[in-house]
Design a protein around this ligand. Sequence first.
Ligand SMILES: NC(=O)c1ccc[n+]([C@@H]2O[C@H](COP(=O)([O-])OP(=O)(O)OC[C@H]3O[C@@H](n4cnc5c(N)ncnc54)[C@H](O)[C@@H]3O)[C@@H](O)[C@H]2O)c1
Length: 272
Amino acid sequence: MGRVSGKVALITGGASGIGLATAKLLAKEDAKVVIGDFNLEGAEQAVKEIKEAGGEAAAIFLDAGKAESIEEAVEFTVSTYSKIDILYNNVGLTNLQKDLDVVNMDLDEWDRLMNVNLKSVLLGSRYAIPHMQKTGGGSIINTTSMAGFASDAIRSAYGASKAGVVSLTGYIATQYGKDRIRCNAVAPGLILTPAAEKNLPPQVLEIFKKYNALPYNGEPDDIAYTVLFLASDESKYITGQTIKVEGGHYIANPSIADFQSFMSQARSNTKE
Ligand SMILES: NC(=O)c1ccc[n+]([C@@H]2O[C@H](COP(=O)([O-])OP(=O)(O)OC[C@H]3O[C@@H](n4cnc5c(N)ncnc54)[C@H](O)[C@@H]3O)[C@@H](O)[C@H]2O)c1
């Protein structure tokens, strides 16, 4: 029996990267999975692969920027598999050309990112919660980002929207805990998904690796396993939390790399 056997999950942005890895893992652990994505072809391909591997899944077109589309995805999940136990609000994006520093950023882009990254979490939860209340509970999981905790030179809207997701996670957990609805978030650091590899040159990926406590960058499965834990009853006493999955990138004093290089230079000077 799988770790989420008998449960039904809706995953937004499940055609690629973190959402895709999570859809496959939840299906492998015996959940019935609905993949909602802008990229319907990709979602259908994922469903095909899940079914070939012996799992159960269905796809639906989803525009996470539109309330009616999110509602439709929730209703599709309930009409296809008769309930919704797990909602994974995973869609999120940025645009490195427009989401800049506060003075220079495109204000329409600010509105778009708040809508797609933050409001979609509110809406998905708003439509799923009444169904979860009827069946005695559920688990809502949101993808935030370490950009919601640590500020950057650009990506002001992305960071602020993801900080909002951390906050909203606590509000949902507080408001619906007595209905046995849990709500938690996962905050990835850099994860090697198609989005990250398209946006960042290899040199930047190396910089991230250098500053991790661990000697490698993260992969979609690292997030998928965290979501699986939060989706399963193994985490039944955990709610309102954000789990940081970031290879120890943000745990140390930020000057540690320069300090280590200074110490190693000082040691070699002493030997000479
Ligand atoms: N990859 C990273 O390094 C990283 C780090 C921190 C947080 N995150 C977050 O993880 C989540 C997934 O990111 P990823 O790297 O797997 O991205 P990805 O681009 O590989 O996958 C995102 C999926 O969402 C879909 N999508 C995009 N906009 C949509 C919309 N408006 N409606 C419906 N579907 C839409 C895309 O078609 C795609 O299938 C995002 O919330 C992102 O902010 C990623």
